[in-house]
Each structure stands twice: as C-alpha cells, then as structure tokens.
Design a protein around this ligand. Sequence first.
Ligand SMILES: Nc1nc2c(ncn2[C@@H]2O[C@H](COP(=O)(O)OP(=O)(O)OP(=O)(O)O)[C@@H](O)[C@H]2O)c(=O)[nH]1
Length: 302
Amino acid sequence: MQDNHTPDGTAFHTGFIAIVGRPNVGKSTLMNRLIGLKVSIVSSKAQTTRHRVSGILTDDTAQFVFVDTPGFQTRHQNALNRTMNRTVTQSLADVDLVYLVIEAGKFGPEDEQVVALLPRDAKVVLVINKVDTLADKSSLLPFIERIRGAFPFAEVVPLSAERGKNVDALLKVSRTYLPEGPPMFGPDDVTDRSERFLAAEFLREKLFRLLGDELPYGMTVEIERFEADGGLRRINAAIIVDKPGHKGIVIGKGGEHLKRISTEARKAMEELFGAKIYLEVWVKVKSGWADDERALKSLGYD
Ligand SMILES: Nc1nc2c(ncn2[C@@H]2O[C@H](COP(=O)(O)OP(=O)(O)OP(=O)(O)O)[C@@H](O)[C@H]2O)c(=O)[nH]1
C-alpha cells in the first residue's frame, strides 16, 4: 500500500494504539491474536523514538501500530515499578487510541488504578476480555453498565482473545479512530535487532507461562549474544534474578524448568524468525537490581 487510498477509494488510516491493563488480563494474548500471522515487528527503538513499537498490523484499509506498555504493577513499590508506571503514562500521552483491557466480570482496585492513569481526553476502548469464562452471559450487560461510569469510554468491545472471538469487531471500531494517512512502516520490517528484542520477549513469556505465581519478582531476561548467520541464529541469554534463592525456582528440579523454557522459546523463535536457533540460557543472580534505576537503564529500560 503505497498511496493514501484503499482499494475501494476510501482514505487509508494509520495510527498508534496502546494496550493497557493490570497484569494477567490478557494483553499479550490479545496482541498476538490481533497481529496473528500478518505480524511485522520492529525493535523498540527502530524508526520512532516516541513509542516502543511492539507489533504492526497492516491490511487494505489501515495500519495499526501497537505500542508496548509493560504490565501496570501495583503490588510492589520500587524503582522497577516507578519506571514501568512512567512508561505507561508516557506511552498514553500521544497515541491515537488506547485499549483498556479488563477481565469479564472482574473490575477491582487494580483496574481502577490503571483507569486513573488514562488521560481524560484519550480515546479509550474498553476491551472486556475472557468472555468465554462467563458462566452466565446475561451478566455481561449489567457488568458493562457498572464500569461505564468509571471513564467516558469511546467504545466497549467484549471478546475472547484466546479464542479469537469478536476480535475483528475490535479492529473494525478501531479503524475509525486512526487518522487518515499513509502507512508508516513497511510490511516486512523485521530486523536483527527486532529479533534480538523478540528473543528476550519469548523467553520472558515462557518463564511467565511456566512459573506463574512462583515467578520471582524482579526477574528479567538479557540477551548477551545474538548472531545472525544466514538461516542460523546463535543466541546466549541470561535470566537474571534478584536473590540467590530464586535461581533454583527458575532452574527447577534437575534443570527441568529451564530445559522446558529454553525448548519452548527456541521453537517459538524458529517459527517466527524462520531460522534454525542455537539457544543457550543461564540463570544469574544480580542482587538488588530491581531497586537500582541505573541497572534498569543498563538492561534496556528507559
Ligand atoms: N479463558 C481465557 N483466558 C485468556 C484469554 N486471554 C488470555 N487468557 C489467559 O490469561 C492469562 C494472562 O494472559 P496474558 O496475555 O499473559 O496477560 P497480560 O495482560 O499480557 O499479562 P501481563 O504481561 O502480566 O501484564 C494467560 O493464562 C492467558 O492464556 C481469554 O480470552 N480467555
């Protein structure tokens, strides 16, 4: 799509969308579902300095540029959370549209704290995820009525990110809120750098999936080596934990956790990068890193 018009002659729309919500509401699942296989991912620093771009969806009529927002943390108050909350607020400042994701039937103090971060003039779509978990679908309307008062939402879209139900409807309403204009990114914008960024994301995701509530607070992933050689990627990654006692949780009995995390991350990388992956993962202890903003910067948070 090189010009400003869609095949039927109407204007092309391009804009930024931020996805926010308390942890575990399904933001990552929604993003993966939205971008599906048409994904074009660029590194957080590529081409734009204002936003951390995490995924791009381009179709015949619009380009949706999704902006990264780390989970809004409310449980612990330290440097890591201050940095994350700042990132959330910054990324909301000049996007065209915000998806506030909540879970069907659940709207608690943690969700309210995220709502409090929304600029009053922001265009916000209330995305009610996990509708598949509702035993009684008729409870949805009174639930929506209750939450409508919390913010002047532009739209309300109930869906199931995991099952892909009603996700199309979300895109359809979103399009009209994006400004008219040509696409900002090409459809094949995958660079080595973005693969490096994604490699860390995949490992993080597998850690979350496997360890769940056991996940040590203050854990992060650092890619120490990333070499692209034709159809081969050599990746050395370190999982960094805050306390020596956390190392065993990540490694698991007989190395079982670490083995599974590495295998699953490697498979995900092979599928998305279309390359053979040699992945080595170590667990390292850096005490107090989560409380040290300088350490955060050195690990790529800014
Ligand atoms: N039943 C159901 N589960 C879902 C749905 N969407 C996401 N989940 C599950 O909810 C959990 C959290 O999903 P994530 O996508 O990791 O949530 P997140 O909001 O990105 O979490 P943070 O990264 O902690 O902020 C996972 O176990 C998902 O499988 C859905 O539509 N239905």
